[in-house]
Ligand binder design. Structure first.
Ligand SMILES: Cc1cc2nc3c(=O)[nH]c(=O)nc-3n(C[C@H](O)[C@H](O)[C@H](O)COP(=O)(O)OP(=O)(O)OC[C@H]3O[C@@H](n4cnc5c(N)ncnc54)[C@H](O)[C@@H]3O)c2cc1C
Length: 598
């Protein structure tokens, strides 16, 4: 076993996989340590990638050289653009995946990657010297040195599984939790941890379902690949798409759940931590909306080689027999047999107010955190952060400028700015409504927005970048109405195409007026956005600040005036005062420099 790396990534979930691939592809000697190599990139909940706002993030990771879209193109069993009946600004690609294939292809990608080693073990301690990370200790006592460490431990830190009133330790069902790292994050890294929870649904045998009572939800007739770099012309010619199906809960289902709430681990009992508001358990839905007599249940296949189907919408912490009764009360599921029951899981997370917008911990240099450990939920949110954490760990080791994505250029930028500025009191997931510039940051133009960044970081090959540049020029030419350039062939543009370039221009022109207004707004905001606040600025010394303002700003320690303006409870008047202080400090520094020169 080698004992020295540039970057160590802990955890091979969706965040860890992106982090280690980015770091290794940047040329850094990278190690990924994970509890179980058979569960690399496992999808413990619905095996679907993308969807509203999430699809945009996957396309953004892809445009910068990440992996999630590429693997989805290989493992998807149904491809669909959501919101396709609405304007292109909100079109969101989504793919239902074969969960085993997804894990196998991602695993292979890691194994094939140059500069990347994989180690099955449990990381038990972060080694820190003089407030700087210098390695990781594993459970067997060995230490491995590293210049940077990325922690992506998902739902595993002191994970507790709840099934009705029964509970036991576990990182996911049938997987052991990580029992030691939490203490090291607290003691050695100075982080404070909290508890969140999430639930998953039961899986039933497709052979026991009566689909004639449900509505079919087929994939798109002309499916498109997720990745910008997949050649659409030759992509999976024999792709066999599987359908999803729609059914509904009814008053009988609600009675079974409502009469037995006290037996569930969700609203009462042991699981007291907050769960994702937008992925509520059926118990929570029935408690919160007693007037509703029916909720959607999407019945979704989990793979080509399994009979298991996922009951999307039936997240639950009820005991086994009640889950079975609840399922059998639903149209089409009267005789359905459960293969795996739903459960809730509670785990440690670290408040993202403790990390910078680079995802580096404020307390320990070169320690990065990404994914569910930062209080988010969802594969795409995890992968986005994993990518940025891996890239920034690499850039720091290389002594280069770090990557901070703006709110006006990407959903990933919004995600990171939101969590590091406002924190959260329940698991965070992405929505289009969180984006103030959503007409400009669409799924179709993720490449035009971000591929240059991926290239600068070193994650886009010469060949891919040359093709991208041809595509970008074609888009510009079509926009400018230079007809002769339309003679360019698809062969020259592949994996992009002439049709894609024309569509891009059409979408851009459709929104042009609005986009110009948004750009003006963004430029105005940028003036303040990038005004730096010194790292050691003492907010408590600003007399005009209220006690709450001082406390909030000390807690978040925003890096720029723009970030400070988004801190919870900060008023425009606080920002005006802060701006005057920063200008004053700048002037004083300049004066001192001038005096020295004289
Ligand atoms: C029961 C359940 C229900 C869920 N429900 C939803 C939902 O409804 N909606 C939704 O969007 N998302 C849901 N999720 C969350 C989704 O799975 C996560 O958001 C996503 O997988 C997080 O990715 P991650 O990379 O941060 O962590 P994970 O995918 O959890 O991966 C963590 C990795 O870290 C490894 N690891 C942890 N600790 C150590 C250690 N000390 N040493 C070595 N390796 C370690 C683990 O082995 C694992 O490989 C659910 C998850 C679970 C378990």
């Amino acid at each position: 076993m080698e004992k020295k790396y540039d970057v160590i990534v802990i955890g091979a979930g969706h965040a860890g996989c992106e982090a280690c691939l980015a770091s290794a592809r940047m040329g850094l000697k990278t190690l990924i340590i994970t509890l179980n190599v058979d569960s690399i990139a496992r999808m413990p909940c619905n095996p679907a990638i993308g969807g509203i706002a999430k699809g945009q993030m996957v396309r953004e990771i892809d445009a910068m050289g990440g992996e999630m879209a590429n693997i989805t193109d290989k493992a998807g069993l149904q491809f669909k653009v959501l919101n396709s009946s609405r304007g292109p600004a909100v079109w969101s690609p989504r793919a239902q995946c074969d969960k085993e294939l997804y894990s196998v292809y991602m695993s292979k990608s890691l194994q094939d990657q140059q500069n990347l080693d994989i180690l099955q073990s449990e990381a038990s301690e972060i080694i820190v010297k003089n407030a700087k990370v210098c390695g990781v200790k594993i459970l067997t006592g060995e230490t491995i040195e590293a210049a940077a460490v990325v922690v992506t431990t998902g739902t595993f830190l002191k994970g507790t599984i709840h099934l009705g009133k029964t509970f036991f330790n576990g990182g996911r069902f049938n997987e052991k939790p990580a029992s030691f790292l939490s203490d090291s994050l607290i003691k050695d890294c100075g982080l404070t941890l909290g508890r969140f929870k999430t639930t998953t649904t039961p899986r039933v045998n497709t052979k026991t379902i009566d689909y004639s009572k449900m509505t079919e939800q087929p994939g798109d007739e002309n499916p498109r690949p997720f990745s910008h770099f997949t050649e659409a012309q030759t992509w999976r010619k024999n792709l066999k798409q599987l359908s999803c199906w729609l059914t509904y809960t009814n008053p009988q289902t609600h009675k079974i759940v409502g009469d037995n709430l006290e037996l569930s681990s969700i609203p009462i009992g042991k699981v007291k931590s907050k769960s994702p508001r937008y992925c509520p358990a059926i118990e929570e839905k029935i408690e919160r909306y007693p007037e509703k007599t029916s909720h959607h249940i999407f019945v979704e296949p989990e793979g080509y080689n399994t009979n298991e189907v996922y009951l999307n919408g039936l997240y639950t912490g009820l005991p086994f027999d009640l889950q079975q009764q609840m399922i059998n009360s639903i149209a089409g599921l009267e005789n359905a047999k459960v293969i795996r029951y739903g459960y809730a899981i509670e785990y440690d997370y670290s408040s993202p107010l403790q990390i910078k917008r680079t995802l580096e911990a404020k307390t320990v240099e070169n320690l990065f955190l990404g994914g569910q450990i930062n209080g988010t939920t969802g594969y795409e949110e995890a992968a986005s952060q994993g990518f940025v954490a891996g890239v920034n760990a690499g850039l720091k080791v290389l002594g280069k400028d770090v990557l901070v994505l703006g709110r006006d250029e990407s959903y990933i930028g919004i995600l990171i700015d939101d969590i590091t500025t406002r924190g959260m009191d329940e698991p965070y997931r992405m929505f289009t409504s969180r984006a103030e510039y959503r007409l400009s940051i669409r799924n179709d133009n993720a490449d035009l927005r971000l591929t240059d960044i991926g290239r600068q970081i070193g994650l886009i090959s010469d060949d891919s970048y040359a093709k991208f540049e041809k595509y970008r020029k074609t888009v510009k030419d079509i926009y400018a109405g230079i007809e002769e350039n339309l003679l360019i062939t698809d062969d020259e543009l592949t994996p992009w195409s002439l049709e894609k370039a024309k569509e891009e221009v059409y979408i851009h022109k459709k929104y042009e007026g609005y986009i110009q207004i948004q750009e003006k707004m963004a430029n105005k905001m940028k003036k303040n956005e990038f005004k730096r606040i010194p790292d050691d600025f003492d907010y408590t010394k600003v007399d005009s600040f209220s006690a709450e303002t001082k406390q909030r700003l000390m807690e978040v320690r925003p890096q720029t005036i723009g970030q400070a303006s988004r801190v919870h409870a900060i008023k425009p008047s606080d920002i005006a005062i802060l701006t005057i202080y920063i200008e004053k400090i700048k002037k004083e520094k300049k004066q001192k420099r001038d005096e020295k020169q004289d």
